[in-house]
Design a protein around this ligand. Structure first.
Ligand SMILES: [Zn+2]
Length: 264
């Protein structure tokens, strides 16, 4: 006896739908994912089946690669660890450590996955930017006399007229000089008031705001606060939050990092 197909409920019709077959199997037709975990599903006309776990891992990997990430995303499925930022509690949804992204399937559903992956990939971008900053600093210290004189006066002041060439040779240093102004060698022109403005501007999410409180700055430092704010800007974009919340200085930094990371 054939049972009547049962159509599951989904937020968007283009996501496809669940059908329960006469043998009791649940299959998913159309779209790219089932709405709930732990059930086997078939894509299309039941050509093949994947477990939710496999689907999730593939989706996480694909999303990360779309963000420009070249590593392998590690998926875990555990009760989340809690952590504190300032005086606020959060659950670990994803982490970035030692160049590796991990995402917790138990915390992050498929709707939130793009934003969480984008957040973690931004940590990889920021790590890359910091590495490049160090390399550029070393290159600046090793400038030969003629090149040094090209960029700097005898008393060590930067020659403003050479900015375009400086920007070409030291793009990360130039980007940071125009935004946060943090962690740059002496003599590189920067606006000291920029960081204060960026701290004031930060209004992306409660999570990134938490890093700018005095308690959190004392615990985690400014670099971490910048890093988490950039990550939340990225996550917010993947969630289509209101873009106007992001100020011009943050946009400049965000766009600059994405350009540099994409060209690596
Ligand atoms: Zn983060």
């Amino acid at each position: 006896m054939k049972s009547q197909p049962q159509v599951g409920r989904l937020s968007k019709p283009e996501d496809g739908h669940w059908v329960t077959l006469s043998d009791g199997r649940h299959i998913f037709i159309g779209g790219d994912a089932p709405p709930a975990s732990g059930v086997k599903f078939a894509e299309g006309e039941g050509e093949y089946q994947k477990t939710w776990d496999e689907y999730y891992a593939n989706r996480a990997q694909t999303l990360a690669e779309k963000e420009g990430y070249r590593g392998k995303v590690n998926v875990i499925n555990e009760d989340p660890e809690k952590f504190k930022v300032g005086n606020q509690n959060f659950d670990y949804a994803g982490t970035f450590a030692g160049g590796k992204i991990t995402v917790n399937q138990k915390v992050v559903d498929r709707t939130d996955l793009p934003a969480v992956i984008a957040h973690e990939v931004m940590h990889d971008k920021w790590a890359y930017i910091n590495d490049q900053r160090s390399l550029e600093r070393a290159a600046m210290l090793n400038l030969n006399v003629d090149d040094y004189k090209f960029f700097f006066t005898p008393n060590g002041s930067f020659r403003a007229s050479q900015w375009p060439e400086f920007q070409r040779q030291f793009p990360v240093t130039a980007l940071l000089a125009q935004t946060t102004g943090v962690g740059l060698p002496r003599g590189i022109p920067r606006k000291e008031e920029n960081l204060a403005q960026m701290i004031k501007d930060d209004g992306v999410t409660d999570y990134s705001k938490a890093y700018w409180t005095p308690e959190s700055l004392a615990q985690h430092g400014t670099d971490r606060a910048i890093n988490e704010t950039l990550a939340e800007i990225t996550a917010a974009r993947r969630n289509s939050y209101v873009h106007e919340q992001v100020s011009p200085l943050w946009w400049k930094l965000y766009n600059g990092i994405n350009d540099i990371y994409a060209k690596r």
